[in-house]
Design a protein around this ligand. Structure first.
Ligand SMILES: [Mg+2]
Length: 395
């Protein structure tokens, strides 16, 4: 079996209403989807982040996989990584390309072997993955009422945890919002809050102090995720565990942060970290070092399925009689903000029961992509890669 052709599409959808986090307002959702064709007719799907401008760079990198056997996905990962290493592997296009391709190859190999992606990764340890709802962004000019209504909706829909945004308003205003959301959802639903890198360490600790009389699960990205000194300061001075790492890539971005105890919880995203292969390695590293592993998610059903499979093969962080989400079992983010692409591109694998989602069981990723929806949201032309690299360094 050989990789014959890859199609790369940039997808974007406009929202009726903008929403915001600490850094900006937006009214679009977007992602990049790749479709990998093999010479024996099996097709695999992969997904990553990026804009239309990333597509050209991604296509150049993906040429390196044309003609390779998808079953050698570990070798292919290394080939692309090595080819882009000394130049700009940490520039996002390289790791975006690797992440999407690794996902698609797992999808292909699973279908070829008639096994699920998790079986290809070593076999599921659990059939369902606990999820929490992400939402509670700033909307309607920072209105308070919709925030509480949304929190009550997630709780009444059965979510046992949810995450809200902070960092765009004054500390006092945001602290009030955190406490009021927690009051609205009650003691049995966990609440996390995310500053999206908005604070300096002193301000972050001050905020943590202001809400520390409330039962809160974690404080996400208090400071820039790459600022180890700032995050370590917050970790050492906050009563609330801190998390980060959604924008970090590969085991090497995480290794020193794990060994130096920069975060209590790490949150790699399968679209940015290097795909399922890398996600599994980093999960094992985190759990070996006593750091919680609660992956980030912000895409479509393609990357959500890849994340479910990757987490399903992870052992518990501590061995006990039962799996207890947040305590000894990893939880996965489940984006509930408006996203017409996510809501329509694949069959619905987001349906939770008791705040848990079933790991798909059919071969590969176990998802179906609706190609009408794919075309509807594609912006610009489809980029086709069907010739191998000429051997020249691409970056
Ligand atoms: Mg976040």
């Amino acid at each position: 079996m050989k990789i014959e052709k890859i199609e790369i599409r940039y997808l974007e959808s406009k929202l009726d209403k903008s929403f915001a986090w600490s850094q900006r307002w937006t009214d679009i959702r977007n992602l990049i989807v790749i479709k990998v064709f093999t010479d024996d007719g099996i097709i695999g799907w992969g997904e990553t982040f990026g804009s239309q401008e990333n597509v050209k760079a991604i296509s150049t990198i993906l040429k390196l996989s044309i003609g390779e056997d998808p079953r050698k996905f570990g070798m292919i990962w290394n080939k692309l990584y090595r080819a882009t290493f000394q130049g700009h592997v940490y520039a996002k296009s390289a790791v975006y390309a690797i992440s999407a391709l690794d996902t698609a190859l797992l999808d292909i190999v699973g279908q070829y072997e008639n096994k699920s992606a998790s079986d290809i990764l070593g076999g599921k340890i659990r059939e369902t993955i606990p999820v929490y709802a992400t939402g509670l962004y700033y909307v309607d000019d920072y209105a308070f009422k919709p925030l509480i209504e949304e929190a009550e909706m997630h709780a009444s829909n059965g979510y046992k945890g949810m995450k809200m945004k902070i960092g765009a308003l004054t500390l006092k205003e945001d602290a009030h919002r955190v406490k009021e959301v927690k009051r609205a959802i009650g003691d049995d639903v966990r609440l996390m809050f995310d500053a999206n890198e908005a604070y300096d360490p002193i301000t972050a600790v001050k905020f943590a102090d202001m809400v520390s009389d409330t039962d809160l699960e974690w404080f996400e990205e208090p400071c820039a995720s790459r600022d180890n000194i700032a995050n370590r300061y917050v970790k050492d001075n906050s009563m609330i565990p801190i998390s980060g790492g959604e924008s970090l890539s590969t085991r090497w971005d995480f290794a020193s942060r794990l060994s130096d105890s920069i975060f209590d919880i790490i949150q790699p995203d399968i679209c940015a970290v290097g795909g399922p292969s890398e996600m599994v390695k980093i999960g094992i590293m985190a759990q070996s070092l006593g750091v919680k592993f609660f992956p980030h998610f912000w895409g479509s059903g393609i990357s959500f399925s890849a994340a479910l499979h990757s987490i399903s093969v992870q052992p518990l962080s501590q061995i006990g009689m039962q799996d207890i989400p947040y305590e000894n079992e990893s939880v996965l983010e489940c984006d509930k903000t408006p996203h017409p692409i996510r809501e329509n591109l694949t069959n619905d694998i987001f349906t939770h029961n008791d705040s848990r989602v079933e790991v798909p069981t059919s071969p590969g990723l176990g998802i179906q992509v609706d190609e009408t929806v794919l075309s509807k949201f594609t912006i610009g032309s489809v980029t086709v890669v069907d010739k191998p690299s000429d051997g020249q360094r691409v970056f």
